[in-house]
Ligand binder design. Structure first.
Ligand code: KQY
Length: 369
């Protein structure tokens, strides 16, 4: 049984590794709800199959799926992907799954963040979210590890760590009163230090324009390796994204990480700008309590929303005019991994992308040997 621990990772000597460190597995959830995924989630399911297949070439993949969709998911996913029945409110494993932490003696535990669907009743994206909030416990149970139930709200997509004492996050999300209204910036930093076991919090300002998560960092900026990040970028000064990316660039250039290093910042040109078509918007069911979809709305499209697998980088394909350059740039940044593009449009229409729907399980290693 997965025990709930009455402590925190810092006190117990556990840390969140960088995503670029070795993994033992990757978890996803199966998309299903028709008020988020158009056409009864059928196009999104095809995209998830492509994504799960790409990651499965690099590490074992498990997909959690509702009882109602089990047979369909099992039929569509390749045999090397494990499918387990797991209820959830939607498919954002990065945000609802556990953040795994490891120690130097081969131990692994999960951090089970509190979850309120990206803002609860103050601008959150759907109601209810009780099944999502129970996902992390169930995943740690299946993974056979104990867990820390964090005393505050956080989504995994709102943090990126280097595994060496630094976390990067955004003010737009973590300081948003719809997450932890009772906590000051200093108190949030203290909790991040306890639950990720970091010393330094690097604050960026806003996330990608119109990101409905309130600016998750994983759509804006990601670690390539310690002290080296990739930032979504546009050279168009008339695009409102320009000022957001410029501000993030400046903050990163001014920052020092936990080891006193300056950041090397790589710019990755954004796709588009991309917008939701009338046909796409019309394909999404209307439901009370769910964010409606509007034709013509600008999508929070970014190539930074990629997944780092053991031997691959899985990145979204979003814009035929820009995909090739984006993949080439990622290949330059990750020369030891194969960069694989997967269809990203359906994930984007749902409100996120590859990184948002994946959650790595780090390899627990005994470093004393
Ligand atoms: O991490 C994410 N990008 C989740 C977005 C949730 C969107 C729900 N429509």
């Amino acid at each position: 049984m997965s025990k709930s621990l009455d402590s925190n990772p810092r006190r117990d000597g556990y840390r969140m590794p960088g995503e670029f460190e070795p993994h033992s597995a990757c978890w996803l959830l199966w998309p299903e709800r028709p008020d988020n995924w158009r056409l009864g989630a059928k196009p999104a399911q095809q995209a998830f199959v492509r994504l799960a297949t790409a990651i499965a070439g690099s590490e074992p993949v498990t997909v959690g799926v509702s009882a109602a969709q089990y047979a369909n998911a099992r039929r569509l996913l390749p045999t090397q992907v494990r499918v387990v029945e797991l209820s959830s409110n939607d498919a954002w494993m990065r945000d609802v799954g556990p953040t795994f932490v490891v120690n130097d003696r081969g131990g692994i535990r999960g951090v089970d963040w509190q979850f309120n669907a990206w803002g609860g009743l103050r601008g959150g994206l759907y109601f209810p979210w009780d099944r999502d909030d129970a996902v992390a416990q169930k995943v740690t149970e299946i993974e056979g590890c104990d867990r820390y139930r964090a005393p505050f709200i956080l989504e995994g997509g709102s943090i990126h760590v280097d595994g060496q004492g630094t976390v990067i996050t955004t003010e737009e999300c973590l300081l948003n009163p719809n997450r932890n209204p009772g906590l000051s910036r200093a108190q949030i930093e203290t909790q991040l230090k306890r639950y990720l076991n970091v010393e330094t919090v690097v604050w960026l300002g806003k996330g990608v324009l119109h990101d409905e998560t309130d600016g998750h960092v994983d759509n804006l900026c990601a670690y390539v390796r310690p002290a080296e990040v990739v930032l979504t970028w546009t050279n168009d000064r008339n695009d409102p994204q320009y000022e957001i990316s410029r501000d993030a660039h400046e903050r990163l250039k001014d920052a020092r990480d936990a080891r006193g290093r300056r950041f090397k910042v790589h710019k990755l040109q954004q796709p588009g700008p991309l917008h939701m078509t009338a046909e796409e918007a019309a394909g999404v069911d209307v439901a009370e309590g769910t964010q409606p979809r509007a034709a013509g709305g600008r999508l929070a499209a970014s190539y930074v929303n990629f997944y780092i697998g053991n031997r691959c980088i899985v990145a979204p394909l979003l814009d035929p005019r820009r995909d090739r350059d984006a993949l080439r740039k990622l290949q330059d940044l990750f020369p030891k991994r194969e960069v694989v593009g997967v269809p990203g449009r359906e994930l984007l229409l749902g409100g996120g992308n590859v990184h948002c729907v994946t959650q790595q399980v780090p390899l627990a290693r005994d470093r004393r040997r």
